[in-house]
Structures are given as structure tokens and as C-alpha cells.
Design a binder for this molecule. Structure first.
Ligand SMILES: [Mg+2]
Length: 206
């Protein structure tokens, strides 16, 4: 009787897909502008306040249609700081999933890290391998979802989004920051998606 051929490392690599890793706060949804003037700027806890940033829906749709699984990776140190609980974070995450689903986008994964070294909630106080700029969320997602980090992309609004992605093994040229400011070349997710799609077309043609 024929024995099944064991999978080689090469076979496994061939089946691993690139993904788009996307930061949540101020990359997909507005938090600083929504919480401006409060004593908790940047900490979004109310799902009714969740709104997609201009370009986020279309950018996600383009990336998703190009066959890239979308994985959200988000620091939520506000849990450690006692601003809110896991339930509030999950409610905001659920609202984000819903808003994206309404434009035809299904997330492949959503990872967040509730820890913070300066936290005051004992269960979440401390450094954690998942907390950006560490790379734990990327490597956990890659292992769970069968993703190839060396061909993935990462999009965020902060240098720590880039550092965590590159530390995980995403090429530096594939880890980008969106927004305004010196040295930022992408205004929004649509800008990034167009470049990703063009690069993938070029690579497929090579
Ligand atoms: Mg952010």
C-alpha cells in the first residue's frame, strides 16, 4: 500500500500565505480624534463611537480582494491601566468586525494585548511578548493561521507598528505607516493597498 508522501519544509512554506497585518487604533478606527478633550485620549471604550477612518473600508476591501487575509494586531494597554475591561475592548472589536463586514470584508484574525508595564490592574501589569514593539502577535497569528511573514505586509500609524512587524520577519519595505507627517508617504489604507497590489502583480509576473 502506498504511503502518503510526508510534507517537506518546502511544501509547508509553499502553502503559507502572505497576509496584511493592520493596526487597529488610528489606522482602522479613529480613537485620538474621538476621545480628544477627555482625560483618556486614545482610549476608545464605547462601541457606539467606533468609526472607520477614511480609506480604511476601501483599503481593506482592495487588500482582501487581492487574496490577502487581514489580521488586526492591537495594543490595548488601557485594560492594564484600568480604563476599561476586556469586555469593552471586545465590544469595540465586534463593532469593527461588523463595520468591515458591511463593506464585504471579513477579518482572518484579530489579536490584542491588554498588558502594560505601568498598568495598575495586577492581572495585566507587566511587559508582554505580544505588546508592540515586540512581535508576539505577529508570530502567534502566523503560526495559527499558516501565514508567511517574509511575504506579508504591515500597516500602522506608529513606529512601534513597524518595529514589531520587522522584528517578526516582515520585510522593512513591507511595513508602512499611514497618516500625515514628515517621512510618511501613505495618506491612508487605499494608498497602501494600491502599492501592495502593484507589487504583487509585479512579483507574479517575474
Ligand atoms: Mg495605532
Amino acid at each position: 500500500m502506498d504511503q502518503p508522501t510526508p510534507a517537506t519544509a518546502g511544501d509547508i512554506l509553499m502553502t503559507m500565505r502572505p497576509a496584511a497585518f493592520i493596526d487597529r487604533d488610528d489606522t482602522l478606527i479613529a480613537t485620538r480624534s474621538v476621545t480628544a478633550g477627555t482625560d483618556h485620549v486614545g482610549d476608545l471604550l464605547d462601541p457606539r463611537q467606533v468609526e472607520l477612518i477614511p480609506g480604511a473600508a476601501e483599503g481593506c476591501r482592495l487588500l482582501s480582494q487581492a487574496g490577502l487575509p487581514l489580521v488586526v494586531v492591537s495594543n490595548q494597554g488601557l485594560v492594564a491601566r484600568g480604563r476599561g475591561g476586556l469586555r469593552e475592548v471586545e465590544a469595540v472589536n465586534d463593532r469593527l468586525r461588523l463595520l468591515l463586514r458591511e463593506v464585504g470584508v471579513e477579518l482572518a484574525g484579530l489579536y490584542y494585548c491588554p498588558f502594560h508595564p505601568l498598568g495598575r490592574v495586577p492581572a495585566f501589569k507587566g511587559e508582554h511578548a505580544w505588546r508592540k514593539p515586540s512581535e508576539g502577535m505577529f508570530t502567534a497569528a502566523a503560526a495559527e493561521l499558516g501565514l508567511s511573514l517574509s511575504s506579508s505586509w504591515a500597516i500602522g500609524d506608529s513606529p512601534r507598528d513597524v518595529v514589531s512587524a520587522v522584528t517578526a520577519g516582515i520585510p522593512p519595505g513591507h511595513a508602512v505607516v499611514i497618516g500625515k507627517g514628515p517621512g510618511i508617504f501613505y495618506r491612508d489604507l487605499v494608498d497602501v493597498a494600491k502599492v501592495v497590489l502593484e507589487r504583487r502583480r509585479q512579483e507574479a509576473a517575474e
